[in-house]
Design a protein around this ligand. Structure first.
Ligand code: HEM
Length: 426
């Protein structure tokens, strides 16, 4: 069967065990009589839609650069961290059912891995309900994380990365809500096409629902593919260039900042994600004058340059003073307080805008899904956020309403392996 719509398994990625039992295998489908024209007797889920009789009816996906683009799934690190951020992201947290022990979690991770391995390459998941939607991977990534409570299960306590734990209360702009906080397992699904994200989330949550319930779902966006020149920094919903000071993907510096070295050993090649849902009080921000906005941050709105420089990537001079002897970059400017005072405080900020509004009174329900990746959140996010919570000028215009921490395990090294294997096996 060469029809791409019926290609159920890429070579070498067939999964043994639960996935094979739950889904009809390609061999079972063929043995059961599903020929291109003979599937009707097997019911609607296994038949090829009658209105797409030939692949020729669809444009060749390979000709559509954005839709056809694929990211490698296997590797030492999970995809979706060192990846140039895609335009659309869904962060989804699961709470494991009480009966989901380590063996069941392993089964769940095998299913999730199998789905991710197929869908990211543009292949339908096994027994995919809507296989045509899988044909446009659009740089799909599926990144999985484990929250602190996962380590309370079946002898995993000694394997918890120390900073994958409840964060301290920071005070300041914190107004955390349970509905946006916590979670046992993170599914972070991102692609340059929202239909691709929707389909992948649907397939993944179909597979996880036997093991877990959904705790929260947060959707975010960045500029669509092709909207901005490559490499241009995100502009957030406060109209600021956001993400300038960040480790450069592919550099040794990035590896130092982001990837855990192995405390504990299974975690080498993983990273710790802190996800904060930060609401922006946009009506008040909009009413503030542009010069004031620049003093709050210490950078210019137009090109993101520090107030002591000319272009976005000029290094801020935190010691510069004006003619009155006052600091050019205010003592409580966001970039002064957020600036890493030691190498261990550095992090990758890879956030997404969110916009769930406007509310009935026409006020915004928007902000930032602030996503910070680091080898150890206790030495990076925590001290930086302590400084920001205490004094950041920006606090008047933001409220932290959600908070979650996840260990992002290393990647699956190749077919036959699953995400989380180094934690769950042995
Ligand atoms: C809605 C909330 C926030 C907004 C709108 C915001 C915005 C910005 C902007 C515009 C910059 C300057 C450009 C850049 O280097 O990216 C910046 C820098 C930075 N922010 Fe934030 N930020 C927010 C929250 C946070 C939080 C919660 C943290 C960490 C706890 C953080 C950490 C940083 C760091 C580390 C820098 C770079 C500082 C430097 O070394 O110059 N930000 N942020």
């Amino acid at each position: 069967v060469t029809d791409p719509q019926l290609r159920l398994a890429p070579p070498g990625s067939a999964l043994p065990g639960p996935a094979a039992r739950r889904h009809p295998t390609r061999r079972a489908l063929i043995a059961g009589g599903l020929a291109i024209t003979g599937g009707a007797a097997l019911g609607p889920r296994l038949t090829r839609p009658a209105d797409t009789p030939a692949a020729a009816a669809l444009p060749a996906q390979a000709d559509v650069a954005v839709g056809a683009a694929r990211l490698p799934f296997y590797g030492p690190h999970q995809c979706g961290v060192e990846t140039d951020p895609q335009a659309h992201a869904t962060f989804l947290a699961l709470d494991l059912a009480p009966g989901t022990d380590r063996a069941a979690l392993t089964r769940m991770m095998r299913l999730v891995t199998d789905d991710a391995a197929r869908l990211t390459q543009g292949h339908p998941a096994l027994a995919d309900i809507a296989p045509h939607l899988a044909a446009t991977p659009a740089r799909l990534s599926v990144t999985v994380g484990f929250g602190p409570a996962v380590f309370d299960r079946d002898g995993l306590a000694a394997r918890r990365p120390p900073s994958v734990a409840a964060l301290p209360a920071f005070g300041g702009p914190d107004r955390l809500q349970d509905r946006w906080s916590g979670g046992d397992v993170l599914l972070h699904v991102a692609a340059d096409d929202p239909a691709t994200v929707s389909h992948a989330v649907r397939m993944l949550t179909t597979d996880t629902r036997r093991f877990a319930t959904i705790r929260w779902v947060q959707r975010g966006f960045r500029p669509a593919a092709g909207t901005l020149p490559a490499g241009q920094t995100l502009r957030n919903l406060m109209d600021q260039i956001d993400g300038t000071v960040n480790p450069r993907p592919g550099s040794p510096d990035f590896a130092d900042v982001v990837w855990a070295r192995g405390n504990p050993g299974w975690f080498a090649g993983g990273t710790v994600l802190v996800l904060r849902r930060i609401r922006m009080i946009l009506e008040a921000w909009d009413a503030f004058d542009p010069g004031g906005k620049e003093l709050v941050m210490g950078r210019r709105l137009g090109n993101g340059a520090p107030l002591t420089g000319h272009t976005e990537h000029d290094a801020p001079d935190l010691n510069a003073v004006d003619t009155l002897g006052l600091p050019v970059i205010d003592q409580n400017a966001h970039i002064r307080l957020a600036h890493a005072t030691t190498p261990a405080e550095r992090m990758l900020r890879r956030g997404y805008n969110y916009d769930d509004g406007p509310l009935p009174d026409a006020t915004a329900d928007s902000g930032l899904l602030f996503a910070a990746y680091q080898g150890d959140a206790d030495t990076a996010f925590v001290p930086v956020q302590r400084r920001l919570a205490a004094a950041d000028n920006l606090n008047r215009w933001i409220t932290h309403i959600g908070s979650a921490v996840f260990a992002i395990p290393p990647g699956a090294p190749g077919p036959g392996h699953y995400l989380g294997e180094s934690l769950l096996s042995s």
